[in-house]
Each structure stands twice: as structure tokens, then as C-alpha cells.
Design a protein. Structure first.
Length: 182
């Protein structure tokens, strides 16, 4: 699925996850700069490039833009809570989530995840380090399952409650360092 720069995906809402407290960092890591651009801007630009509708899930109303609302997390404190908030707030059946602190989100992985979503409740990348549920595509039909996971706070919980999940092996840590998708 090659998406032209002028075509927007209108049946998926892009959801930027911005509800973290950055406790270990001591300051909001979304504002760390990479090549003169904040991590938040990098992820937001990616979502705006692909999706006709974008929203921000998190308890940071200052991040709102004229055409991008911020929705307060229903379950604050976890990325899965932001994912659940995005599902509840979206007008589309599908959402694509991305964290606000990813230095090199790979558009090729985004395209793969979107392309392989049919017949599944979620499509999640898997690296040698494990699942990456915060850079993934999921459907509203899985909303109640994601809600149950908010208390367990891990993707393995989603798999254990019989969701229809497809994983896309990235082969390397390309979500973090920009390497090619294998």
C-alpha cells in the first residue's frame, strides 16, 4: 500500500498518545529535540501526513491545535489507556496510534500495519524485544478488550483474551532507529 502525499486515509483516525508523565526523565520527553524538531512534532507530522483526522489522547490540553483536539485520558497513566481513549473518541472504526516520544517513526511500518488490518482486531509490530502496541492499528470492535487490558497494562493481556491480532515482524529495532523494514 503506497500512499501518495496527497491522499489521506479517511477511515482511520490518527491518535497521538501524549498522556505519559515522564517520571523517569524528570521533564516531558515529548519536547526533546532531534535534528531541531521535537519528538511530539515528528510523530504528529507523520499522523497528519497519512490520516484525514488526527486527535491527541492525553491530559495535556496545551497540545491542542485548531484542527487537532486533545481528549483527556479515560484511564490516565498508561499508553493502553490512551489507546482506549482514542478508540472511544474516534468517529472511525479504526485508529492508528503513535507515541508522542518516538524519534524515528517509520512510515513503511505504518503503511504495512494499515494494509494488513482487514480480518483482524489489531495489527501490532513485533521486534526482537517484543510487541509495540503503541505504534499500531486497532479497531473499535476490540474496544472492550483494550479496556480490560488497561488494568493489566500489557499487550500479552490482549492476546490472552482472544483478540484477533496480526503481528508484523519488523526484524530489527527499526521503530527506534530508522533501520529498514525486513
Amino acid at each position: 500500500m503506497q500512499i501518495s502525499h496527497n491522499d489521506f486515509i479517511d477511515d482511520i483516525t490518527g491518535v497521538l498518545l501524549a498522556g505519559g508523565k515522564s517520571r523517569r526523565m524528570g521533564y516531558d520527553k515529548a519536547y526533546i529535540e532531534v535534528n531541531g524538531q521535537s519528538l511530539l512534532s515528528i510523530s504528529l507530522q507523520l499522523l497528519c501526513h497519512y490520516f484525514a483526522t488526527v486527535l491527541i489522547a492525553g491530559d495535556q490540553p496545551d497540545l491542542a491545535r485548531p484542527d487537532i483536539p486533545v481528549i483527556a485520558d479515560i484511564y490516565p497513566g498508561s499508553a493502553l489507556g490512551g489507546l482506549y481513549t482514542g478508540l472511544r473518541a474516534a468517529d472511525t472504526d479504526w485508529i492508528f496510534v503513535a507515541p508522542c516520544d518516538m524519534p524515528h517513526p517509520d512510515p513503511r511500518i505504518l503503511e504495512l500495519l494499515v494494509k494488513h488490518r482487514n480480518s483482524f482486531d489489531a495489527v501490532v509490530p513485533r521486534t526482537p524485544e517484543g510487541y509495540e502496541p503503541v505504534f499500531a492499528s486497532t479497531t473499535r470492535t476490540a474496544c472492550s478488550r483494550w479496556k480490560r487490558c488497561c488494568n493489566r497494562v500489557n499487550i500479552v493481556s490482549m492476546i490472552s483474551i482472544s483478540a484477533s491480532i496480526s503481528t508484523i515482524s519488523t526484524g530489527s529495532r527499526c521503530l527506534m532507529d530508522g533501520n529498514a523494514v525486513s
